[in-house]
Design a protein. Structure first.
Length: 61
């Protein structure tokens, strides 16, 4: 896992386990588009889950 991916996971955990790409990007100092790209890669690797516009570290019902 890259350092950027680890930063994304930390940003999501800091947001209570769920965050939008805009929130992640703001916390990391990167664009929301780049944050979403990293998140989609983490979803593909099954490290994150997508719930609407937000990414989460756990499944929720």
């Amino acid at each position: 896992m890259t350092s950027r991916e680890q930063e994304v996971l930390k940003a999501i955990n800091k947001g209570g386990g769920s965050a939008s790409p805009a929130t992640i990007g703001r916390q990391m100092g990167i664009s929301p588009d780049y944050a979403e790209q990293i998140c989609r890669d983490l979803v593909w690797h099954k490290k994150l889950f997508r719930k609407g516009r937000h990414f989460t570290t756990r499944t929720t019902k």
